[in-house]
Design a protein around this ligand. Structure first.
Ligand code: NAD
Length: 250
């Protein structure tokens, strides 16, 4: 099947679907200018991933914060970073009632900015901080980002970005809701994820084993392609989603 036929087939499936779930990874935000962690141009080619280890954050806070500030607050939260057409199409599909939720591994908040409402943030979100002492959650635009690690105004505890560091567990509600969404959808769309990060990479298999049709959009074959994917479309997520959207029967 050539790519035009794959897109046509995906559009037919999306047109008929009653309960679509999108499962997104770093590749979904590449067209917004955010590099993936791994591979060519990946963030970890420049920075040491140890900076995002939770014990390292507590024991070498200043060193860890320097990297976190540079990568996630000077860069990610830069106003030039905006959702791309792929994010907007997923928001449009939710508004139309065909997409029930987005399960995202991304921490860049771009699905919410694009307008999606039901988002399960599997790895948390850089747009919030959490106090490691009193548990308060604070929007990152309310936190002064300086060279010093941020401190809670209420209790003086150390703030931590509210995304998952290496060594931390998945937020329980995001995990539970993602499993439920995967079990109950009829179409599951994997977008821009290599499938190497566990336990997030178990979610597509749950959808498959509960009978969902699996559509995958990636720049290269992933851990899912030969195992569970029904329709694999290779390309940039924004462009492919736009092409599918253009062929949906409404
Ligand atoms: P990954 O870096 O392991 O894989 C990225 C995948 O995206 C690859 O399969 C690649 O082929 C594909 N890809 C690259 N450009 C694409 C494009 N334009 N369109 C479609 N696909 C494209 O990403 P992952 O599987 O999400 O795992 C990385 C982890 O790092 C995640 O858990 C996530 O939390 C985190 N991360 C998040 C961001 C972000 O929030 N934007 C960025 C980098 C990493």
């Amino acid at each position: 099947m050539n790519q035009d036929e794959q897109i046509k087939q995906a559009a037919q499936i999306v047109s008929k679907a009653k309960n679509i779930v999108a499962f997104t990874g770093a590749g979904t935000s590449v067209e917004s200018g955010i590099p993936p962690f791994r591979g060519k141009g990946g963030i970890w080619n420049k920075y040491d991933p140890d900076s995002l280890d939770i014990d390292f954050y507590y024991n070498h806070t200043k060193e860890s914060w320097k990297v976190i500030r540079e990568v996630f607050y000077n860069f990610f939260n830069n106003n030039d970073i905006k959702p791309n057409k792929g994010h907007y199409i997923l928001a449009k599909w939710e508004k139309e009632g065909r997409l029930m939720s987005v399960i995202t591994q991304n921490i860049d908040n771009l699905h919410a900015i694009a307008g999606n409402k039901t988002i399960y943030e599997f790895h948390g979100n850089s747009a919030r901080f959490v106090c490691t002492k009193c548990g308060a959650k604070i929007k990152s635009d309310k936190v002064e980002i300086t060279e010093d690690p941020p401190i809670c105004k209420k209790c003086g505890g150390l703030l931590k970005p509210d995304f998952i560091f290496f060594g931390e567990g998945i937020p329980q509600d995001a995990y539970f809701n993602s499993v439920q969404a995967a079990k109950h959808c009829d179409v599951f769309i994997i977008i821009g994820t290599s499938g190497q990060v566990s336990p997030a990479n178990m979610i597509p298999g749950i959808a498959k084993s509960h009978g969902a049709t699996i559509i995958e959009i990636n720049r290269e074959p992933s851990a899912y392609t030969d195992r569970i994917t029904d329709i694999y479309i290779e390309g940039k997520s924004g462009e492919i989603l736009e092409a599918i959207d253009g062929l949906i029967t409404r």
